[in-house]
Every structure is written in C-alpha cells, then in structure tokens.
Ligand binder design. Structure first.
Ligand SMILES: Cc1cc2nc3c(=O)[nH]c(=O)nc-3n(C[C@H](O)[C@H](O)[C@H](O)COP(=O)(O)OP(=O)(O)OC[C@H]3O[C@@H](n4cnc5c(N)ncnc54)[C@H](O)[C@@H]3O)c2cc1C
Length: 381
C-alpha cells in the first residue's frame, strides 16, 4: 500500500463511499478508504432504505429535502441503478398530541419545499386499502419520500469513486491513529501504515472508538435495531408506513417483500447484532394489528444492526477544535442513509474549502458541552 495519502477515510458505509466520491469529484487525489469488513458491513448494509423529508426541525427538513433532490438524479449521475422509488411516506397518527405536532409542522415543511399533507382516515383508506384505521385519527403523507436499495447506493458510489482513482481497501481495520509532528497522522491498519494530513472518521457506531484513538470524546451509544423481510407478495403498497410513536415501519420492496421493523424502548445500549425471537413476535403483532391481511405472511429473513445514537438523536458532523485535518460524521440514529448524499457532499465542501453550502454548525460536537440540547420530535426510536 502507498505509504502516504492526501485523505484517509475510515469506514466503508454509505457516508464513507459517498464522501470519497464527492471528494474525488472535487479533484482531490490520493484518497484511501479503509473498511474493516466489506462495503455495507455496518449499519448501511442492514438498513431499511427509507428516505423521508417529514421532519420537525428545519435542519433535518432541509438536509433530507436536498438529499431527495440528489437521490432523484443519483442513478443517472453514478451510472448505477440505485432503485430509488418515490412511493411516499405515510405517518400514522393515533393521538391528539401527535396530531397537534404534525399539523403544526406540515406548514413549515411546505414552506421549505416539502409537499407533505395531512390526510383524514378516508384519504388514508384510499391510499393504502387494507390498513386498520380503528385507532388512527389522521395521517401525514409526502409523495416525494421513498426508498432506495442501500447496497446499490453503496456500490454505485464506490464504483464511481474507484473510477476517479479512490483506493478502497476492504478487510482492512484501522487499529491506531497517532499525530505526528508537522501536523500529519499515522494510521496503522491490519494491512500496513499510512501517513496523511487529513482523516475523515465515518465508522458508524464505531466512530467514537476511532475518535478516542485521538483523544476525542464522542458521546454516542450503539443500540441494536432488528428488521425482517417477508416472502414476496404481488405489489400492493406504495408508501412506507410508519408510526413515530411506536417506532414501527414497513414498506414493500420492488421485489414484493414486506420490509419492516419495530424499536424496543427497553433495549439497553449494546453492540449486539444478534437476532431475537422477541423482536419477531413484537413486529408480527404490530404488523397484524396495523394491516390485518399481512397476519399470515411468512417472514423469510431477519437481521439486526446498530443505530449510533447521540444524546439529542441528531447527527454529529464537522471538525473538532484543536485537531486540525480531522473530520467526522456520526450519530445518525435511524436516519443516516436518507441524509447521506447531502451530508457527504457537505463534508467534501468542508474538507476542500473550509465552508459548506448549507450551514451545519448546529451539528458540531461542541453542542454537548453547552446547555440546552434540542431533539427532533420526528425521530423514530
Ligand atoms: C435496522 C436498521 C434500519 C435502518 N433503517 C434506516 C432507514 O430506513 N433510513 C435511514 O436513513 N437510515 C436507516 N438506518 C440507519 C442507517 O443505516 C445509518 O444511519 C447509516 O447507514 C450510517 O452510515 P455510515 O456510513 O455512517 O455508517 P456504517 O454504515 O455503519 O459504516 C461504517 C463502517 O465503518 C466500518 N468500521 C468501523 N470501525 C472500523 C475500523 N476501525 N477500521 C475500518 N473500518 C471500520 C464498519 O465496518 C462499517 O462498515 C437503519 C439502521 C438500522 C440498523
């Protein structure tokens, strides 16, 4: 391996490969990306592929909106079909508190260019026939939300980055990072050592571990989230259906499978990615109650991945005071895939020009040492 690089990227998830691509597109040379497993070994390869712009805070609405604009052109730009499908997102509302929140937020989403609307139960029934609406008082729907196939997004970005000269090293784990005099970093991996003036740390739920190699404290915690896929069914479901309150979601893939999951508010932080029968029972019950006709569908596969959760469930993106040439992006909870095109593009701007075209200062690590954290009420736990 080359003994020097202009940029080292740690992590072959969607943020790593996308940022490698945007940096190379901006003309940066000699970029090396290290991934300890294969592309998608972390959360990206385990994610539900959901992409929504319906958020409560401006920062998330704007980032998600701009990501959708990028997803719309991405297959063409990368020369790789990412299977992006704008079937919409339908948020089911079952109590007055959520109704108040969502009906107050939709006008702001509209002002920012997101075409979300409030639906009455009869409109929901015609959008998704078969939903059990007994406890549903309303819905929020955005037709330009959707899904993409996470591996296709990863492979598309990775192939395009490689064509522009990025060196992607799989099965290569970063073990030690140390600062050398003259402002460079020595990055020791399982396959050799590289010297570089710049590091981008996008190691998913392990970002805090790689940051700690430089004495940087990132207050994120990993949480297991499980997900399941059914046998394929004839296409009948356009939108991703979610309940923010229950942490429950399901959609139908282009292959006809029902892909969905449900969070467990009692799950302690851990790095376990084991599958559990308890999840299957909880998910099956939620699916059967929400869409009774799916009660008999056969689940063919389940797996788990890690949400990387910050204290306010908002991402941590940017630089760290006093650590020149170091950049990171982590803490994406269950929404890092949908934000990845714009986050990676903004990181590439920050790294090459010191500025970003959309302000991301509010997502700085420093906020955790200041009072008053704000959480987006649309976060699904
Ligand atoms: C079950 C589940 C469902 C989800 N559903 C959605 C969804 O519908 N929509 C959405 O937007 N988001 C979703 N997410 C969240 C989303 O998957 C993540 O936020 C996103 O993929 C994070 O991407 P990343 O590139 O930052 O990290 P990752 O994809 O985790 O990639 C980090 C990579 O770094 C590598 N790495 C770690 N340590 C080292 C090291 N020392 N050396 C080298 N490599 C290292 C890992 O192997 C990993 O491949 C879901 C997550 C899960 C678990």
């Amino acid at each position: 391996m080359n003994r020097t690089a202009d940029m080292v990227i740690i992590g072959g998830g969607v943020n790593g490969v996308a940022c490698a691509y945007y940096l190379a597109r901006r003309g940066m040379k000699n970029i090396v990306l290290f991934e300890k497993g294969y592309l998608g070994y972390g959360a990206t390869g385990r994610c539900g592929g959901g992409i929504r712009q319906q958020w409560g805070m401006d920062e998330n609405i704007i980032l998600a909106r701009d990501s959708v604009r990028m997803f719309e052109k991405l297959s063409h730009e990368l020369g790789f079909n990412i299977f992006f499908r704008q079937g919409g997102y339908l948020i089911l509302i079952s109590d007055e508190r959520d109704y108040d929140l969502i009906s107050k937020t939709i006008p702001r989403q509209n002002e920012l260019g997101v075409p979300a609307e409030l639906l009455e139960p009869k409109d929901i029934a015609s959008l998704v026939p078969g939903l059990n609406l007994k406890t549903i008082i309303a819905g929020a729907y955005c037709p330009t939300d959707g899904t993409a196939y996470p591996y296709a997004v990863l492979w598309g970005y990775a192939e395009a980055a490689k064509r522009r000269g990025v060196d992607i090293r799989l099965h290569t784990e970063v073990l030690i990072i140390s600062r050398k005099s003259g402002g460079t970093y020595e990055v020791t991996t399982t396959n050799g050592t590289v010297h570089t003036p710049r590091i981008l740390n996008v190691a998913g739920a392990a970002t805090r571990n790689t940051a700690s190699m430089l004495g940087i404290v990132i207050p994120t915690k990993p949480y297991r989230h499980e997900i399941a896929v059914s046998e394929p069914l004839k296409s009948f479901l356009d939108p991703m259906v979610i309940s923010i309150r229950k942490g429950f979601y399901f959609s139908q893939s282009l292959r006809g499978e029902i892909v969905g999951g449900i969070g467990d508010p009692d799950e302690p932080s851990s790095s376990s990615t084991a599958s559990s029968p308890e999840f299957l029972f909880r998910y099956a019950e939620a699916l059967r109650k929400t869409f009774p006709a799916l009660g008999k569908v056969r689940i063919i596969r389940q797996w788990a991945g890690l949400y990387d959760v910050s204290p306010d469930a908002r991402p941590i993106i940017g630089t760290v005071d006093g650590v020149d040439g170091y950049y990171h992006a982590c803490g994406f909870s269950g929404h890092g895939f949908m934000l990845s095109p714009v986050v990676a593009k903004l990181l590439s701007e920050l790294i090459t020009t010191g500025k970003t075209s959309i302000p991301i200062d509010s997502l700085n690590l420093k906020r955790f040492s200041e009072p008053g954290l704000t959480r987006d009420p649309y976060v699904v736990g």
